[in-house]
Write a protein that binds this ligand. Structure first.
Ligand code: AMP
Length: 281
C-alpha cells in the first residue's frame, strides 16, 4: 500500500494506472467499519482503491469541531492495509488549498442544501463539494463511494457530478451501525458512556417514526412533533433538526408519499450526531 501526501506524486501514480479501474473513498480519517464498508464495496467493483484522509477546514463552521476532530493516522493506515487499500492520499491543507486559503473558487449546488444540515451548517456543503471536486480532479476515479449515513451529502454530490458532467459513477453505500443501532461515526468517540446510552435515541426515533408510518400515519407534522418530544425526554439529548423531506428535492413534505427521507441531527451533550432512514411506500 502506498501512502502519498502530495498532489504531484498522486498524479504521477494515477498516470501509471492507465488501464485499471480506480475506486475512490474520500474520508476525514479516524476510520471505522462504516468507512471500510465503502472500501469493501470499492474492492468488489474496481481494480484499485484510493482512500483519502483529509479533514477539510472549508466544510467546518467557526464554532464547530475542526480543531478537535479525532485523528489516528497510524491506526487508519493499519485498517486500510488490512482491507487491501492500494493508496492512502493524506495531504495537508496547504497541499489541497495550494493557491491560498480560503479558495477563490467554490462549488455550490443550489436548493438541495437549504434544509437539513445545510440550513444549520452555513457553507458546509460548498466546502464539501469544493474539496470533493478537487480530490476527483486529482484521483480521477471511475467510481466514488459515499455513505447513506450522510444522505444530504450523497444527494448533493450525485447532483454535482451529473450537472458538471464529471465522468464518475457515484455509488451509495448503506449506513453501518453498532448492534444496538447507533450509526458508526468518528464523532461517536466524543461520547461518554452515559452519552452513548442517550445516543441510542437517534436510531430509535427514526425507527419509531417508520413504525408510525407503517401503521398509517401520513401527516409529517404529527410525526415530527412526536419524534422531537421523544428526543426531548432523553437525558443529554437536544434535537438540532428532525425533518421529513422528498428524496429527490430534499424539500420538506407535508404528507408521506413516494420516496422520502426522515433525517435528524441531535446534540448528545456537545456532540452533534446525524442519522436518517430512507422510506418509500
Ligand atoms: P467522514 O470521514 O465522516 O467524512 O465519512 C467518509 C465517508 O464514509 C462518507 O461517504 C460517509 O457517508 C461514510 N460513512 C461514515 N460513516 C458511515 C457509516 N456508519 N456507514 C456507512 N458509511 C459511512
Amino acid at each position: 500500500m502506498l501512502i502519498i501526501n502530495n498532489r504531484k506524486d498522486l498524479q504521477k501514480w494515477r498516470l501509471e494506472q492507465d488501464n485499471k479501474t480506480v475506486g475512490f473513498v474520500p474520508t476525514m480519517g479516524y476510520l471505522h467499519e462504516g468507512h471500510m464498508s465503502l472500501v469493501k464495496s470499492a474492492k468488489k467493483s474496481t481494480e484499485l482503491v484510493v482512500v483519502s484522509i483529509f479533514v477539510n477546514p472549508l466544510q467546518f463552521g467557526a464554532n464547530e469541531d475542526l480543531n478537535n476532530y479525532p485523528k489516528n493516522l497510524e491506526n487508519d493506515i493499519t485498517i486500510c492495509k488490512s482491507h487491501g487499500v492500494d493508496v492512502i492520499f493524506t495531504p495537508n491543507t496547504n497541499e489541497i488549498y495550494s493557491n491560498g486559503y480560503p479558495p477563490k473558487t467554490k462549488v455550490n449546488v443550489e436548493l438541495l442544501g437549504n434544509h437539513l444540515c445545510g440550513a444549520k451548517r452555513n457553507g458546509h456543503f460548498d466546502g464539501v463539494c469544493t474539496v470533493v471536486t478537487k480530490l476527483f480532479n486529482l484521483v480521477k476515479p471511475h467510481k466514488a463511494f459515499f455513505g447513506q449515513k450522510d444522505i444530504q451529502q450523497l444527494r448533493i454530490i450525485e447532483t454535482m457530478v451529473k450537472e458538471l458532467n464529471m465522468p464518475i459513477d457515484i455509488i451509495p453505500c448503506p449506513t453501518q451501525r453498532t448492534h444496538d443501532g447507533l450509526a458508526l461515526s468518528s464523532r461517536n468517540s466524543y461520547l461518554s458512556v452515559a452519552e452513548e446510552r442517550s445516543a441510542l435515541i437517534v436510531p430509535k426515533v427514526l425507527n419509531h417514526l417508520v413504525s408510525l408510518i407503517k401503521k398509517g400515519e401520513t401527516d409529517t407534522n404529527t410525526l415530527i412533533t412526536d419524534g422531537i418530544s421523544l428526543i426531548s425526554k432523553t437525558p443529554n439529548a437536544k434535537a438540532d433538526y428532525l425533518e421529513i423531506v422528498d428524496y429527490n428535492t430534499l424539500q420538506p413534505v407535508h404528507t408521506i408519499n413516494g420516496k422520502i427521507i426522515i433525517a435528524t441531527a441531535v446534540f448528545i451533550g456537545n456532540t452533534r450526531l446525524i442519522d436518517n432512514i430512507i422510506w418509500s411506500d
